[in-house]
Design a protein around this ligand. Sequence first.
Ligand SMILES: [Zn+2]
Ligand SMILES: [Zn+2]
Length: 353
Amino acid sequence: MTGTMKAMVVQEPFKMEYLDVPIPVIGDDEVLVKIKMCGICGSDKSIYSGKYAREKLPFIPGHEFWGIIEETGKNVKNVKPGDRVAVDICLTCGTCYFCRHGDGLLCETFTQLGIHTDGGFAEYVKAPGKNCYLLPDDMDDYLCGFVEPLTTVIHASQRMQPKIGDSVVVIGMGLGLLHAQMAKHRGCAPVIIVGTNADKGRFDTAREMGADYVINGDEEDPVEAVFRITNGVGADNVLEAVGTPETYEMAFRMLRRGGKLEAFGICAEDAFAKIRPYEFVLGEKKVSGSCAGFGNNWAEAIRLLEYGIIKPQKMFSMAIPLEELPQMMEEFKTRRDLIKVFVVPGLKERIVF
Ligand SMILES: [Zn+2]
Ligand SMILES: [Zn+2]
């Protein structure tokens, strides 16, 4: 397919332009996907403001997308034109030391569609055919748009591996809401979520999504609250989903001896947090990191949404036309009421859920 398409290109920090650009040309192993929608993520805000992937600009961001197969390269056998697909955004070499060890997320040339190279804030995107996962015909369009964020939550949960009956503290009320629901479904209890005054509008949503306790860190010390709730033991697991040194320090302090910290929130690259090495030894505390969804996490996310195990609908705020994205980026600065906003190419006007 040749011609031009509408796309939102970040040229340089804070400069996002709605342009006509060439439709991507696919190789023999690739597919062209017509974008149905693409969710806006915190990392899109970081790309827009130059905090993340600045050296890759200009490119088209957007990594939470799904769409319809428009065209397939001659070697692609798993999907055909007309199929609804979610796309694993991870591009790996398959041959480096890390890939050979099954750690594709750590690949020497790791690249993600929409984060380091052209993604879903456009009418079309190209991707490797093998990265496509079929979406059930009757799955709601907006649920389909939530597959990628859920893959990241599944991956983190699989890394953390909380046991049945374990306490789990989630710090942060963005994707943290989804982490809380995941912990609940893994049989964890109590599930405790920590927010601030700025999150107040989300407290009810957090409870509805499975949190047993909602702690407002601006009103009480979350570390004290966690020790009180756990009868002085501390948390079996803490998942940090904010990304500041202060919240990491808090996370580490509220862990029980032998507990595990799952690092999910992305701090600035040059940020440091104070952690007492003493506690690694005498407290046998563990830390693991998780940076994205990977591989079969896509199939797992589709299944959990299809069967209603994970119900993220309360996080859906709005759908907007593609051309309104720059305006939306500005609105995010003041509108803490918005959780997930979907960008829909061709949409005539905003839909508020
Ligand atoms: Zn994201
Ligand atoms: Zn590799």
